[in-house]
Design a protein around this ligand. Structure first.
Ligand code: KG4
Ligand code: ZN
Length: 342
């Protein structure tokens, strides 16, 4: 029997404020990984400005692609597939990556594969080790907060999602109210470790047995706490407010993940999305699962939690193997739903 040849997939990600390209071998091993962050360009506006994001992607995409090929020491004839984030995200930003991928696919006759951004975040974990099924993913990013059940590779069932704000969005909005720079998540995380959770804030458990989330009430409670204090001329220690907010977010995220893991009898829980970089969440998730030792808990390294293209290449490899193909009609899809590869 002949041995299966190695497969090299080029991943491209431009859905928000990172222009990224990566080459991944067999869906598991990073050969080269380049991320050009635009955070500095958006900081002074306190959030991502879509027009600026698109312009930066146009300027960066060719440079990032040249750099990744040089880093990998490969030419396009060695690339078996090109995987690109098709959605969700900012339409103008997505289009830059999609068009770059289509141009390369056409010019070099390489198969094209569209990837859902959240599938990418989940598959960042496949770069840590092989996924074990059934697998439960806690996805928490700037645009998403979801619990996704995976019975096998490429199968995604959303069993719970946020009814309003995403966890990262709540972090960024609360940080903004507290006068912290964009993106606020890492700043709140840092402050939270210097304070005590002394301020009483709500936890949105929703109805019994629900795996959905809601963070807008918590966000409003923090904003009200700050306004009430300033009206009374009182000051609130920012570290304590950060610690209290973070405790509320983490308790609900971890509590619901634990319940779902038990209910669905999963073998593995993986953490995904930008908020997975949160130190408090990483610690809390690991300690909560001490009571379910049969469940493997995987948390990607920080560089694979925030947006990157290695995760897109990893998810793209599975999609490619399942026969998913894009064509020259591929478009950026801002509201793309997470669908299984079948
Ligand atoms: O996945 P990501 O890079 O982009 C999206 O797909 O949305 O996530 C970005 C989000 C931002 O809201 C950012 O504040 C949050 O992830 N984030 C964090 C931390 N690092 C990044 N939130 C909490 N704690 C962190 N350490
Ligand atoms: Zn993301």
């Amino acid at each position: 029997m002949s041995e299966q040849k190695d497969r090299f997939v080029l991943g491209i990600e431009t859905s928000c404020d990172e222009t990224a390209a990566s080459i991944v071998k067999n869906g598991e091993e990073i050969v080269a990984n380049v991320v050009a962050s635009q955070i500095e360009s958006h900081k002074r506006f306190g959030g991502v400005v879509p027009e600026i994001a698109s312009r930066n992607h146009v300027e960066q995409v060719t440079i990032v692609l040249e750099e990744v090929m040089a880093q990998a020491n490969m030419s396009f004839k060695d690339v078996n597939a090109i995987a690109v984030t098709e959605g969700p995200g900012l339409v103008g930003a997505l289009l830059i990556g999609v068009n770059a991928a289509k141009a390369l696919s056409f010019a070099h006759q390489i198969p094209l594969v569209g990837v859902h951004h959240i599938a990418g975040h989940i598959y960042a974990n496949q770069l840590v080790g092989k996924l074990l099924f059934p697998c439960l993913a806690l996805v928490a990013s700037g645009g998403h907060t979801e619990l996704v059940l995976m019975k096998e590779h490429g199968s995604f069932e959303v069993i719970g999602e946020t009814l309003d704000d995403a966890a990262g969005e709540a972090y960024d909005k609360v940080a903004r109210t507290m006068g912290l720079p964009y993106p606020g998540g890492p700043h709140i995380d840092r402050l939270a470790h210097e304070g005590e959770p002394t301020i009483k804030l709500p936890r949105a458990w929703l109805e019994e047995g629900s795996y959905h989330f809601s963070f807008s009430g918590l966000k409003s409670a923090v904003i009200n706490t700050l306004h009430n204090a300033s009206q009374k001329g009182e000051t609130i220690a920012p570290e304590d407010l950060a610690a209290s907010f973070q405790e509320s977010v983490i308790e609900v995220l971890v509590g619901k993940t634990l319940k779902a893991a038990e209910a669905y009898g999963v073998k593995q829980v993986v953490l995904a999305g930008g908020v997975a970089a949160n130190k408090g969440l990483r610690e809390a998730l690991t300690s909560a699962f001490v009571k379910l030792p049969e469940v493997n808990v995987t948390i990607p390294p920080l560089s694979l939690c925030t947006d990157n293209a290695a995760m897109i290449a990893a998810a793209g490899t599975i999609a490619f193997e399942k026969g998913i193909r894009g064509d020259m009609a591929m478009n950026g899809q801002p509201g793309l739903p997470l669908a299984s590869y079948e």
